[in-house]
Design a protein around this ligand. Structure first.
Ligand code: HEM
Length: 488
């Protein structure tokens, strides 16, 4: 956009000079969260780079981000039409598609209410407070047994490989009413191969901005297309089974409830028929996809921080022993008595910032922010990593210190500081799985720490450098897990 197109009274968004064709791709490098955080020092909270031919506005600073995503929420609630997004659920994804606001909003409302009702549903026995708790406690039990078995047979284990099945099973339980064995080949091959998915969907993937890169041999993009296809086939097989066994009087899970919604709508003459059944039932695709990789990543980081900080691991264990005891499994309602565990989780979210940028946004109309003109359809990156490492918000942001989230006397979580951490986005596109995610991370972690002691093998240094992507994962290590004695 040219400076003479800018409405009177508004300024042009500042930013570095860019090269023809590739734009600022080289400066962004392999860790865009660091380079774009450094650029903010020069250009401020609203600046512009070019990726390929396309201008991208990068937002930093929690107040500026709040202004855009909350106060001017509608202006910034779109998704850009990126090439890679068109492969996700055949371009019909609620999360990634560039669909008009009306369709996305209706899908989001349905998704939100389905998630809420199927996670808070009564458990099958009064032992558990809700369905979500029952799924997590049972899966955590299986997980500990699996880790024990593999420790006995192989002497080490890869945390991601086992955690991912347990977490996938929780969301499978809610969405599909079923779980998979830890050695189920179909599920394993699907959930263990999400590296290319997060690489391509990470903000600034060059082939989305420089078309020629799509036509050169590109292994990552090829793998990405194939992952999406397999993902869709996996879910659509389950959906077909649900249609075949659907019974209006027995809604078993989220898939059934979405089918039910489509059926209801057919009877209702006033219904809004704009959204196809495919887009409605396709919501389970979004929920399943968003529900396993994120939480697995959070838990994988948690285990890495436990081995990197053995003193913290010990304090967490002692706390659990004292507040929950060793005769029963921790449950969700223990959370308020375990402020140090809550603080540890908040510090993992902040320090790792494993979702460094939200999913890219896009301006839905010509708008302005902090006095700068932002034209319709501009792609917008939200730098969550910057907010979580902003020296104006955090003392010594690069050090890992859960205590920053405790009250002065250590008996409570400091809610004000907790709310400054930004990992779930903000405003209209804010994560709809946040409550479920926080509960899963808390309860899986409490049960793991209560039962196992995690260690690195001696002499192996812990490298905490993440791999860049939509979610950033720790390097995959083989660790040691030692069973805690149950009676002391
Ligand atoms: C979107 C974070 C777990 C469902 C998002 C976004 C972020 C996020 C940053 C994008 C916000 C934006 O574009 O501005 C996380 C983190 C999680 C987590 C850090 C775990 C620790 C979950 C779970 C579910 C879920 C468990 C579902 C069960 C979704 C959906 C969207 C979303 C459907 C798309 C919303 C939309 O585009 O309107 N999440 N999430 N997330 N999340 Fe999560």
């Amino acid at each position: 956009y040219f400076s003479n197109d800018i409405p009177k009274g508004l300024k042009s968004v500042p930013g570095p000079k860019s090269l023809p064709i590739i734009g600022n791709v080289l400066e962004m490098g392999s860790k865009p969260y660091l380079t774009l955080t450094a650029m903010r020092q020069h250009y401020g909270n609203v600046f512009k780079i070019r990726i390929g031919m396309r201008p991208v506005v990068v937002l930093s600073g929690s107040e500026t981000i709040r202004q855009a995503l909350v106060k001017q929420g509608d202006d910034f609630s779109g998704r850009p039409n990126l090439h890679s997004f068109s492969y996700i659920n055949d371009g019909k994804s609620m999360t990634f598609s560039t669909e008009k606001a009306g369709v996305w909003r209706a899908q989001r409302k349905l998704a939100y209410s389905a998630l809420r009702s199927f996670s808070t549903l009564d458990a099958t026995t009064p032992e558990y407070s809700c369905m979500l708790e029952e799924h997590i406690v049972k899966e955590a039990d299986y997980l500990i047994k699996e880790i024990n078995t593999v420790m006995k047979t192989e002497g080490s284990f890869d945390p991601f490989r086992y955690i991912v099945v347990s977490v996938a099973n929780v969301i499978c339980g809610i969405c599909f009413g079923r779980r998979y064995d830890h050695h189920d080949k179909e599920l394993l091959s699907l959930v263990n191969l999400s590296d290319e998915f997060v690489k391509v969907t990470g903000s600034g993937y060059p082939a989305d901005f420089i078309p020629v890169l799509r036509f050169l041999p590109n292994k990552t993009l090829k793998a990405f297309v194939s992952i999406n296809e397999r993902f869709k086939n996996f879910v659509s097989k389950i959906v077909t089974e649900h249609y075949a066994t659907y019974n209006k009087d027995n809604i078993r899970d989220i898939t059934d409830s979405l089918i039910d919604h489509c059926e209801d709508r057919k009877l209702d003459e006033n219904a809004n028929v704009q959204i196809s059944d495919e887009r409605i039932v396709g919501i389970v695709n979004d929920l399943f996809g968003a529900g396993f990789d994120t939480v697995t990543t959070a838990l994988s980081w948690s285990v890495m921080y436990l081995v990197a900080y053995p003193d913290i691991q010990e304090r967490l264990y002692q706390d659990l022993k004292e507040k929950v005891g060793l005769d029963r499994a921790p449950v969700l309602s223990d959370r308020s008595n375990l402020p140090y565990l809550d603080a540890f989780i908040l510090e993992i979210f902040r320090h790792s910032s494993f979702l460094p940028f939200t999913i890219p946004h896009c301006a839905t109309k010509d708008t302005s922010l902090n006095g700068y003109f932002i034209p319709k359809d501009t792609c917008v990156f939200i730098n969550q990593w910057q907010v979580n490492h902003d020296p104006e918000l955090w003392k010594d942001p690069s050090s890992f210190n859960p205590e920053r989230f405790l009250s002065a006397d250590g008996t409570e979580v400091n809610r004000v500081n907790g709310e400054k951490v930004m990992v779930f986005g903000m405003g209209k596109r804010r994560c709809i799985g946040e409550v479920i995610a926080r509960n899963e991370v808390f309860l899986f972690l409490a049960i793991l720490i209560n039962n196992l002691h995690f260690e690195m093998f001696p002499g192996e240094p812990v490298d905490m450098t993440p791999e860049y992507g939509l979610t950033m994962k720790p390097k995959r290590y083989h660790l040691k897990a030692v069973m805690r004695a149950k009676k002391e």
